[in-house]
Design a binder for this molecule. Structure first.
Ligand code: 5GP
Length: 175
């Protein structure tokens, strides 16, 4: 199948928005500890860019790797934990950092799982939000960009494991 990547959000727009999110998160967690939980693989560049913009001396970072798509563009509804956190989150302020919330299934499963581990608080930060696709309600605390129902790649997001390295976000358009 042939396709092209049509630019949608530029590198500049992404960086400016991440700086704003970082400032907001810094204010909200002032004087508090903060554990960033990055969801691999898609959130990789977002976590890096975001943590450089957060002023918080009590910040630490951990990662989880989950899989929900497996090469297709439709969610399977099954969330597999491929790598769990290294650290305990008990009594910590957890900020889940995700690339995109689509149907909301992945995030609601993650919240359910992490909620059983007695964190002090859990909030969600997602770079992209596709609200029109939601089938499970989840409260998103920090959103980079709301987008239409389009399949996108770049800035960590893949199409069949490719294009994560792009510094911009583009729509995958099939011919
Ligand atoms: P949800 O469980 O909310 O339906 O899906 C969340 C996951 O689906 C994301 O972490 C991401 O891996 C994948 N996903 C949803 N929409 C897109 C998209 O437009 N592009 C890419 N590359 N992945 C997506």
């Amino acid at each position: 199948m042939s396709f092209k990547i049509v630019p949608m959000i530029t590198e500049n727009e992404i960086n400016e928005r991440i700086a704003e999110l970082g400032a907001e998160i810094s204010r909200d967690y002032k004087g508090e500890d903060l554990l960033i939980v990055g969801i691999l693989k898609g959130s990789m560049p977002f976590v890096c860019s975001l943590m450089w913009q957060i002023q918080n001396e009590g910040m630490s970072v951990d990662y989880m790797c989950v899989s929900s798509y497996g090469g297709e563009t439709e969610s399977s509804g099954i969330v597999r934990i491929l790598k769990d956190l290294d650290e305990s989150i008990e009594n910590k302020n957890v900020l889940i950092v995700e690339d995109i919330v689509d149907t909301g299934r992945t995030m609601s499963k993650l919240l359910e799982l992490l909620g059983t581990r007695n964190p002090k608080s859990i909030k969600i930060c997602t770079l992209l939000d596709k609200p029109s696709r939601r089938t499970v309600e989840v409260k998103l605390d920090y959103v980079g960009f709301e987008i239409e129902n389009r399949f996108v790649a770049g800035f960590g997001l893949d199409y069949d494991q490719h294009f994560r390295q792009l510094k911009f976000i583009g729509e995958v358009v099939f011919d």
